[in-house]
Design a protein. Structure first.
Length: 150
C-alpha cells in the first residue's frame, strides 16, 4: 500500500488551554485579583441570575469579558464577542472551554444595558481591580512591560 494523500488531518487532539497561556500574560497575572473580587461579590451578583425563562449570560462571564475589552481597548461589543471567540487567552480568562459558546453580541449588549443599568456592581468590580493593580508590585510590572523590546 502506498501513502495516503489528501486531507487526512488528525481526528482528536490533546489540548490543555491552561498550558497555552504564558506565565507573564496580562490576563494570567490579573486573574487571581479578578477571581478574588468576583468571589467576594458573588452574593451581590446572585440577584442578576434568573430561575425562570431562558438561561441568561452569567454575570461573572460578562464582567470578565468587559475586563478583556478594557484591557485591550476593544470598544465594540460585537468585536469583543468575536475576539473572545478566537483568542485562546481571552477564552481562558473568561473561563470558557474550547467548545463553550461565546454570547452573541446583541444578547451581551442587552444584558449589559438592561440587567446592570440600575446597578453600580460593574463599577465596583472595575474600581476594585484598578485598586489592586495600583499596588507597588503591579507598578513595577507596568514599568517592565512598557520598556522597549530591543
Amino acid at each position: 500500500m502506498g501513502r495516503q494523500g489528501g486531507d487526512q488531518s488528525q481526528l482528536f487532539y490533546l489540548f490543555n488551554l491552561e498550558r497555552r497561556i504564558p506565565a507573564f500574560h496580562l490576563l494570567r497575572r490579573i486573574n487571581p485579583v479578578v477571581t478574588r473580587i468576583l468571589a467576594s461579590l458573588r452574593g451581590e451578583l446572585a440577584s442578576f441570575y434568573s430561575d425562570i425563562g431562558r438561561p441568561s449570560i452569567d454575570p461573572e462571564l460578562m464582567v470578565r469579558m468587559l475586563i478583556v475589552g478594557y484591557c485591550y481597548g476593544i470598544r465594540s461589543e460585537r468585536r469583543l464577542c468575536e475576539e473572545v471567540e478566537l483568542h485562546l487567552a481571552y477564552r481562558w480568562f473568561c473561563r470558557l472551554d474550547l467548545n463553550d459558546k461565546v454570547p452573541d453580541h446583541s444578547t451581551f449588549s442587552v444584558n449589559r444595558h438592561g440587567r446592570f443599568r440600575d446597578s453600580d456592581i460593574l463599577r465596583h468590580v472595575f474600581e476594585a481591580v484598578v485598586r489592586a493593580c495600583r499596588r507597588p508590585a503591579w507598578s513595577r510590572a507596568k514599568a517592565l512591560l512598557s520598556m522597549p523590546a530591543s
